[in-house]
Write a protein that binds this ligand. Structure first.
Ligand code: PBG
Length: 324
């Protein structure tokens, strides 16, 4: 009888709520994005990401040691390339002594257990600020994936555990896997940004790396936010091509997509709680309109509840502090 069904029984105390909680965050859920810059002993706050910094490599190493002590086990590296090194083909991306390659080596040497993942796309290295090579105003697919494959091999040579292509070109996972195989990197993983939407919420990240597109937008390669089935096609393609982990990005306006993807594939699913999502919480908290700590936990729990096995987030350290 409906009368005897009392759903509030399981909510009446903190102990009982914790006993029946369906979703629990743990430090191993999080991937920590790091922004690395040239120089020494430098720590620049990113204007649109208060509390988050670009770090020189020496400071990055200190940070990685801290993260390890806190129980965090994976980092996702982004570098800020000097303007004079940028060109249309992203030549600097292949430099064996480039900032990315030096950073991978230094982090693996300092904290060998830390999983090092690297962003693979041309935008930080591109004079046009696009993720691929530009020919007559068009972002050309097949020449781009050749460079992305070489870039991935270069990261693997430096010691990256996983490469993370974030460019949304067709066939890039296949090209990368093939190149890694050819060069004998049979243990390097691929975490593919499979369902990456053309989002206004990437704004603060582009400030952080000075990587905003110089013309147009990214809508011919990143996905239209009106679409759901297209996300399933994208993740299925990436799994067939050899992706070890697939990602949905951004996270918060796309919780439905995270769930659909989780139901559609059997590889781990990650979600990227991106820069604009971070900035919104920071801004509202600064105004005194929301409680920052509570917003962080509710947000991250909702992403995991939606189906994310892993979450890349600028709140990783805050979250660990709040849950342990
Ligand atoms: C670049 C890349 C972007 C992000 C990760 N890799 C931005 C973009 O596609 O323009 C966004 C991350 C964030 O906003 O936190 N390929």
């Amino acid at each position: 009888m409906a009368t005897y069904r009392r759903n509030r029984i399981l909510r009446q105390s903190a102990s009982i709520r914790s006993m029946v909680a369906e979703t629990r965050l743990s430090p191993s859920d999080f991937i920590v994005p790091l922004f690395i810059i040239e120089g020494e002993n430098t720590r620049d706050e990113i204007a649109s990401m208060p509390g988050y910094h670009r770090l020189s490599l020496d400071r990055t190493i200190d940070e990685v040691r801290d993260l390890w002590t806190m129980g965090l086990r994976s980092v996702l590296l982004f570098i800020k390339c000097k303007d004079e090194l940028k060109d249309n083909k992203g030549t600097e991306a292949l430099n064996p002594d480039g900032l990315m390659q030096r950073s991978i080596r230094a982090i693996k040497e300092a904290v060998p257990g830390m999983l090092v993942m690297t962003d693979v796309a041309l935008d930080p290295y591109s004079s046009f600020g696009h993720d691929g090579i530009v020919v007559k105003g068009e972002i050309v697919n097949d020449p781009t994936i050749k460079v992305l494959a070489e870039m991935s091999v270069s990261h693997a040579q430096a010691g990256a555990d996983m490469v993370a292509p974030s460019d949304m070109m067709d066939g890039r996972v296949h090209a990368i896997r093939n190149a890694l195989e050819q060069q004998g990197f049979t243990k390097t993983g691929i975490m593919s940004y499979s369902a990456k939407y053309a989002s206004c919420f990437y704004g603060p990240f582009r400030d952080a790396l000075d990587s905003a597109p110089g013309f147009g937008d990214k809508k011919t390669y990143q996905m239209d936010f009106a679409n759901r089935l297209e996300a399933i096609r994208e993740v299925q393609t990436d799994v067939e091509e050899g992706a070890d982990i697939v990602m949905v990005k951004p996270a918060l306006s796309y919780l439905d997509i995270i769930r659909e993807v989780k139901n559609a594939v059997s590889v781990p699913v990650s979600a990227y709680n991106i820069s604009g999502e971070y900035a919104m919480i920071k801004a509202a908290a600064k105004m005194g309109w929301i409680d920052e700590d509570k917003a962080i936990l509710e947000t991250l729990t909702s992403i995991k509840r939606a189906g994310a096995d892993l979450i890349a987030t600028y709140f990783a350290k805050d979250a660990v502090r709040l849950i342990t």
